[in-house]
Write a protein of this length. Structure first.
Lengths: 294, 302
């Protein structure tokens, strides 16, 4: 072999080695990236599963003294997080009732008027709204609802902050879904002389239904675990409350309370496990629906 | 008069008028609902400014660069600098930590294992990272990560900028990867094939072809994830140490804009409440600008 060929061969093997090293690095770092999800779920299950029972779902939390007694006797802390579960359901349902109709209709407006300046403005504003930190939405709902309307912390204020969070997600997912519907389907309806509102209700929405549902479920899974805005609006309650003008608990709010109370701190794991279960199930269901329609 | 008895011409006219009205109403409803978003956004700015006025009146613009946060009655003074500094330092650190991780994941999903089963599983798991509630990240950081860092010799019982940044980095990875992975997948095969035919190795193709042509998408993804990091509240509150000082290093304790609002809101009224709202306004503006930049880059790519 002459020297030039030798250099080329050495060069090539150096480059192949570099290539292999880089691929190894990518694999290694990718593995590191997904390890937290495994570790977090493992930790929650390991420390939380014993507490999960029917009581945990249908009873309210003990007071800190009862919890202390149970702890010193080496027993499981009695009671559950029923006030949090009902509060979360109440606020999520109310937030959805506010956000879904407005969001879907606005999404349809954006889809129907693609080039209009107002539509572009709405689209840009809704993109920016999507990035507003949830704690700021808590401040807003405090100023809009807590002070002037319910004159005190309330489930309604919590729902409003959650609904502002959900609204832009639904707007954009609705628009993206409708864009994928073939134009000819809509044209066929229009050609038959169907009134505009019927085109929307009987053609656009049913055709894009699974896409809309995916967006809605993802939106709900996002707001389920929100804590910060609720601290400023719903505050929390030790009993089950279904009055939207009164302070209300939520599962994430309860986790925060347990975390700050040394006697109750054992309850954080089971509560988080339940919350994660709800969030991840919704997440996976919406992914499944999205995959099926593609 | 019954409809059926109308002359044909009149009937069709009546139908037309009726339908035109209903179409107009439908269009009106659509238009109205798009005003809701504009109204909400405008109202947010208005309310934040209105709530912040007492604080801005008392302290002027120096509110932004004063580092004195003192709620003691009589000597009340509020400055946002410690929190602005804390927010920016933790978010930049989180972005830097997440860079190699999210870049690797997007290469894994968009290049090395594109379209395979294993990429699907990895992609789902990364997406699930975005689904974990902030407070659960906080708990994990507090009970798992923090003890680990204490063993490694981190001061302040493991609280501080560094710990908060690690958790933040994990939290924002899905936001960075979802966009850059999509863009990397879209790099035309012809470009890559041309480089391969010249004898380039895969990593050379990645750095000389894929990354340059997907550059703006990758950057936009990182900007949007940076915007996420700026506003994260619960996990940061639980780990940063909540000291109202300008952090003097990477391992120092501190506080962020979001976490000071969450922490001090409960007992706040008067001037303090107004100062917290002013911090909220600043946070709103900063995240708004960052997101607008990110979206602008995406839009320019087409």
């Amino acid at each position: 072999m002459n020297s030039a060929a030798k250099i080329t061969a050495a060069n090539l093997s150096r480059r192949t080695l570099k290539d292999k090293l880089f691929k190894g690095l990518v694999l290694f770092l990718s593995l590191i990236t997904i390890s937290p999800i495994v570790l977090i779920i493992y930790k929650l299950v390991e420390k939380g599963y014993r507490q999960i029972s029917l009581d945990f779902i249908i009873k309210t939390p003990p007071n800190t003294f009862e919890a202390m007694t149970a702890l010193s006797n080496g027993e499981l802390i009695p009671g559950g997080i029923a006030n949090g579960i009902t509060g979360t359901l109440l606020m999520v349902v109310l937030a959805s009732v506010i956000a879904i109709p407005v969001g879907v209709i606005t999404g349809i407006y954006l889809y129907e008027n693609p080039g209009k300046p107002l539509a572009n403005l709405t689209r840009n504003i809704s993109d920016i709204l999507q990035g507003v930190p949830s704690i700021v939405l808590g401040l807003i709902a405090y100023m809009w609802i807590v002070k002037p309307i319910t004159s005190g912390f309330s489930a309604l204020a919590g729902s409003v902050s959650l609904s502002i969070m959900m609204l832009p997600m639904i707007v954009r997912s609705t628009e993206e879904t409708l864009k994928m519907i073939p134009q000819s389907i809509k044209e066929a309806a229009v050609a038959l002389g169907v009134p505009y509102y019927k085109v929307i209700l009987r053609v656009l929405i049913p055709t894009g239904f699974s896409g809309l549902l995916t967006g809605i479920l993802l939106g709900i899974s996002r707001i389920l675990g929100e804590t910060a805005p609720l601290m400023l609006t719903a505050l929390g309650s030790s009993v089950i409350n279904l009055d939207i003008t009164k302070p209300t608990s939520a599962v994430p709010l309860l986790i925060w309370e347990f975390y700050n109370d040394p006697n109750m701190v054992d309850l954080i794991w089971s509560s988080s496990l339940l919350l994660m279960g709800m969030v991840l199930t919704l997440n996976l269901v919406s992914k499944r629906i999205a995959a099926r329609t593609k | 008069m019954e409809l059926g008895k109308l002359p044909e011409k009149q009937f069709s006219q009546l139908l037309k008028v009726h339908q035109m009205n209903s179409d107009k109403i439908t269009k009106g409803v659509l238009l109205l609902s798009s005003f809701v978003i504009l109204f909400v956004a405008g109202g947010m700015i208005f309310s934040l400014v209105e709530g912040a006025i007492p604080a801005l009146k008392s302290f002027g613009l120096s509110f932004i660069w004063s580092n004195n946060w003192n709620p003691t009655e009589g000597k009340e003074n509020y400055g946002a600098l410690p929190f602005i500094a804390g927010t920016i330092i933790t978010s930049v650190a989180a972005l830097l930590i997440s860079l190699p991780l999210s870049f690797s994941v997007s290469l894994f999903l968009g290049e090395y294992y594109r379209g395979t089963r294993i990429a699907k599983i990895l992609g789902t798991m990364v997406d699930l990272l975005a689904g974990i509630p902030s407070i659960v990240y906080g708990l994990w950081g507090f009970y798992v990560l923090r003890p680990l860092l204490i063993d490694l010799g981190l001061p302040n019982q493991g609280f501080g900028i560094f710990t908060a940044s690690i958790i933040l980095a994990i939290m924002i990875i899905p936001y960075a990867t979802s966009l850059s992975n999509e863009i990397i997948t879209m790099v035309p095969n012809e470009l890559k094939e041309a480089a391969y035919s010249l004898g380039a190795t895969r990593s050379e193709v990645i750095f000389n072809v894929v990354v340059p042509s997907a550059r703006s998408g990758i950057i936009a993804g990182y900007i949007l994830s940076f915007g996420r990091a700026l506003g994260e509240t619960m996990a940061v509150t639980m780990l940063i140490g909540n000291a109202n000082i300008v952090p003097d290093g990477f391992f120092s304790t501190g506080n962020t804009m979001a976490s000071v609002i969450a922490n001090q809101f409960g007992e706040a009224d008067g001037l303090k409440l107004s100062s917290l709202i002013a911090i909220g306004l600043l946070l709103f503006l900063i995240t708004g600008i960052i997101n607008a930049i990110g979206k602008y880059i995406i839009k320019r790519m087409g």
